[in-house]
Design a protein around this ligand. Structure first.
Ligand code: SF4
Length: 212
């Protein structure tokens, strides 16, 4: 067994010093939105209360999920060296999730207060159904986190479509701080394109025919 040192006095780091496992860019906003979500229905609030007060000492779970990771697509336009998806036959492990299936899932899971819409794959490849999924969740005040490799933000107005969904968190994954390292890890990626798209996502227009 390897001792990471985390939490030990020797390392000088306690668990309380570490950042939360999930980024919370605006805790007050997330708590406000959670309250709006819980106010949707008595069942949602009762379920959340069960979750918060559960001792978690038994395999028996008395509440329905309050968070879900949802993989709307399992395909990607990159083939990163560390990604299991790069080895999948035909480049995917499942068909894209339909908007109807997503809607049915959220309608069934009345206790949800948060989702992450992305698994192994590039969720934005799906196009409009992806944006509709985020919008559907946001209309119910469910906190939505998504991730992108940023390669498609400049196409078909994707970056503004994403903003218009009212998504709460959009994380951009970048492995490597320079072109050589980045493109060695993120195979089929173009470093300049991703950097330009990051800038675009901050509100700066870049033409679609930009050569990067
Ligand atoms: S961008 Fe993400 S999902 Fe796509 S190949 Fe790389 S690690 Fe896998």
């Amino acid at each position: 067994m390897i001792d990471s040192g985390i939490g030990s006095d020797d390392a000088g780091v306690s668990l309380d010093d570490l950042p939360p496992p999930e980024p919370v860019p605006n805790l007050a906003a997330s708590l406000d939105e959670r309250e709006r979500c819980l106010a949707r229905s008595a069942a949602c609030r009762a379920n959340f209360s069960l979750y918060m007060n559960d001792a978690r000492r038994s395999a028996e779970v008395r509440y329905t999920p309050i968070k879900l990771n949802i993989e709307n697509v399992s395909r990607c336009n990159f083939a990163c060296m560390m990604c299991a998806g790069s080895e999948w036959p035909k480049g995917r492990r499942a068909a894209d999730m339909s908007f109807a299936a997503f809607k049915a899932l959220l309608d069934e899971q009345y206790g949800l207060v948060e989702i992450k819409l992305q698994g192994l794959g590039g969720p934005m490849l799906q196009g409009d159904p992806y944006f509709a999924m985020i919008r559907y969740a946001r209309d119910r005040h469910i906190w939505v986190r998504t991730m992108t490799n940023a390669s498609l933000l400049h196409l078909r107005g994707n970056y503004s479509k994403l903003i218009d969904t009212d998504v709460n968190e959009a994380q951009i994954s970048i492995d490597g701080a320079d072109k050589a390292t980045y493109e060695a890890i993120r195979r089929q990626a173009v470093f300049e394109r991703v950097v330009a798209n990051y800038i675009l996502s901050r509100g700066v227009d870049i033409p679609e025919d930009d050569p990067h």
